[in-house]
Design a protein around this ligand. Sequence first.
Ligand code: NAG
Ligand code: NAG
Length: 990
Amino acid sequence: MTKLTATVQFVFVLMACCTHVVICSPSANYTDMLSLLDFKKGISLDPQQALRSWNVSTRFCSWEGAMCSVKNPGHVTSLNLTNQGLVGQISPSLGNLTFLKILVLSANSFSGEIPMSLGRLHRLQILSLTNNTLQGQIPALANCSNLTGLYLGWNQLTGQIPVNFPSRLQELELQANNLTGTIPASLANTTKLQRFSCAKNNIEGSIPNELANLLGLQALMVGLNKLSGQFPQAILNLSNLVSLSISFCNFSGVIPSSVGTSLPNLQLFEIGDNIFHGHIPSSLTNASELNDIDMSRNKFTGVVPSSIGRLSQLSWLNLEFNELQASNKQDWKFMDSLANCTELRIFSVQSNLLAGQVPNSVGNLSIQLQDLYMGINQLSGDFPSGIANLRNLIALSLLGNNFTSGLPEWLGTLNRLQRLLLFSNFFTGPIPSSFSNLSQLVDLYLDWNQLNGYMPPNLGKLQMLEVLSISSNNLHGSIPKEIFAIPTIAKISLSFNNLHGPLHADIGNAKQLIYLQISSNNLSRELPSSLGNCESLEHIDLSQNSFSGSIPASFGNISSIKMLNLSHNNLTGSIPASLGNLQILEDLDLSFNNLRGEVPTKGIFKNATAVLIDSNQGLCGGPLDLHLLACPIMHSDSSKHKLSVLLKVVIPLVIVLLLVVVISVFLFQRRKQKTKAISLPSFGREFPKISYGDLARATHGFATSYLIGQGRYGSVYQGKLFQDEKLVAIKVFKLGTRGAKKSFIAECNALRNVRHRNLVHILTACSSIDANGNDFKALIYEFMPRGDLHNLLYSIQDSEGPSYFIPLAQRLSILVDVSEALAYLHHNHQGTIIHSHVGDFGLARFKFDTATSFVDSSSTSSIALRGTIGYIAPECAADGQLSTATDVYSFGVILLEIFIRRSPTDDMFKDGMSIAKLAEINLPNNVLQIIDPQLLQELDHSEVDNGTQILQSVLSIGLCCTKTSPNERINMQEVAAKLHEIQEAYLRGN
Ligand SMILES: *[C@@H]1O[C@H](CO)[C@@H](O)[C@H](O)[C@H]1NC(C)=O
Ligand SMILES: *[C@@H]1O[C@H](CO)[C@@H](O)[C@H](O)[C@H]1NC(C)=O
């Protein structure tokens, strides 16, 4: 039956073609058209309707992506369908396009094998299938004798690199596949080769000596493989080489001393993460155009060549994790010499054997220097005073040395610092009060020193601080409450000091706090019940203090808590039953207190190995495994528990994740210079170094199975990056796309400068060179747990019983949070103008709809496009105008959706009807007819007397946001203010 239909269709198509061809162009040969139609049949999904024009009523030479020969008008010479979101298989019929010179299907989702028939296309010059999910082997293309460019990177190709390539080949890119075997010696026959990359595969063996013939080779990128052996001698013959990357392999031995004289044109020299030893050859400084040297993570010994300053273009010098020495003035000469490298931006000698005082010439380093890593050496003496000159430092690491002085006041003048890593030294004296001027500071690590004095309350001025870590010092006085008001503070670690006094109730304001470690001090008095407001807390350690009173029942509200240690205090009273509600708590220590009464039986208490309660006098009952005596019989009221289960519906802030993506194009132009990785060398779990290689590993070479979304400017992967295996989301920018670089810089700056508790945290950025020598930029975010607002919103009935829904109060509070964050972005942030980006908003929006969170991989499907359409402002849909008003519009739609519980892409919204229109027609009098029936039920059963008014007011804000004309819409600040008022009115009425 289907077969018959297909045949009939085919005949019809054929007839249509014939008619067409006969009428328009009697001489043409329609083999090419049929081949194209066959190719189209292989495409199962065309979300952007790229092939809309591909039908027989138009000449196939004018079909999107196709071009015909002028001389032979019936023949296709070029088929270019890059980045069209196409899903499907590549039809072998393309092999019939005998005149084809250019075939570009890159950046789509083609799967299956590369058809062997392409090997017949002897006119083919360029074949690019980069960035798909193609599998199988690389077909034999030796007969494509005109092929100059073959690009197959970023697929899932397996098998070996073919032995024969066409002799005219100039560029061969095979990176980021699953290729095995060795680099064939016969590659040397492609004597015209200029670029070769097979980086990020599983290639073994050595680099064949024969490659020494490739005299035109400019880029050799073979890192991230299992290549081994000595430094390849063949390379020394390649005098035209500009980029060489053999990082992340198993090469060993020494670097030939002539490397710099043999390769005078080198700009990029990456040999990091191998097992090389011996000295850094001083000839390297003859390659005078070098701007990027990465020799990190090898076993290099000796001194850094004192001629290094001859490399006047040097911008990135990474020598960390080696065994380089410096113990006298002569050894340290490299530092004096580096003063000539006026472009130097990133410099790391972290984790080597540098000893003694840091020469003052450190202060003559480039004023452009952003990152200076000298940690984990044997440095001693005073804090290096030269550093005071390096006004543009963003990151400074001196950790793990033997410095003994006090911390200089002038540190407060380095006001671009974002990371200051001074832990594990012998620094003495107080924390300089000038630190309060470090307004960009994100990470402050001062642990394991001998600092004393009070904690300056003005640390509270560090409005971007995320990590405040000063454990294991001699601080005394109390913990200043000001630090709890820092809007970004995520981690406070002050254990092992002499702090005393109470834990101030203001800690309840630190809603974004994740980690609180203040054990082993002399803190006393009652635990503030406001701590229960810190809903982001995952780790609380208050042990080894003198806290008294009972454990606040509000601790049962900290639903993200995983670890809670209250041991070794003077706590009394009973264990609140609410602790049994903490679903992901896995470690609870209440031992060594004076607790009494019945031990709860639910949640973590069922797991005897996860709970420590010994050395309390009067505990009884609890699960049998705890081996406690039974409690004296009393009446208990268990009916209360039921409600709390319902209330415990936690709405992850995924909704505001979208804001990250909303922050987009800043009108912001940055200097052209390349910034290299703003990365931290790794030294323990708290300071992950993020290099290109780390990201590649985390995502198994950016494998498609790790891809969770694609937007116009980038792809988002998930991966496990750090030692603690925390999931992160990695947004890799497509730098080829116009605007992507700007978007990266904008997003980077936005996220670096914008801190708000409702915005997702950016962990770090990576700006580097990929395995192929191209610019590479990525941002690394926290991976937000599964977004299920959508699920909650639309799951009607829970089979267990009462419907599972989001109460009015919670819906209001979500909207208040989001509106605050947006208002902050639009108005409070140092006059920066923020525009939303439609495409990304659409992607972000889909976080509601999927289990993949962050962004959705189905965003290339037509469903996703529909999703986007419902949320974007009309002026945007029409001509792509972007403004803060478009954000307001999208916010308005989300608001309406949350209260009406009807997707803006619902079938009823067509022919001019929209969710905004629906609200407009029914407001104010008929509001109850469009509102989510679940909310009506809630209002019926509650004591709220102003329910209808509340709903009218909320929806009318939605209307003000979704006015057709951008000028008529209200701004986010007003929205936030109004929503606040409504929320308060609601709470009063309740
Ligand atoms: C069309 O061209 C192809 C190759 O160019 C050839 O094999 C085929 O016979 C031609 N068909 C017609 C109908 O001329
Ligand atoms: C293919 O099309 C893209 C976008 O239109 C263009 O940037 C690219 O240069 C084309 N490639 C070739 C080889 O023509």
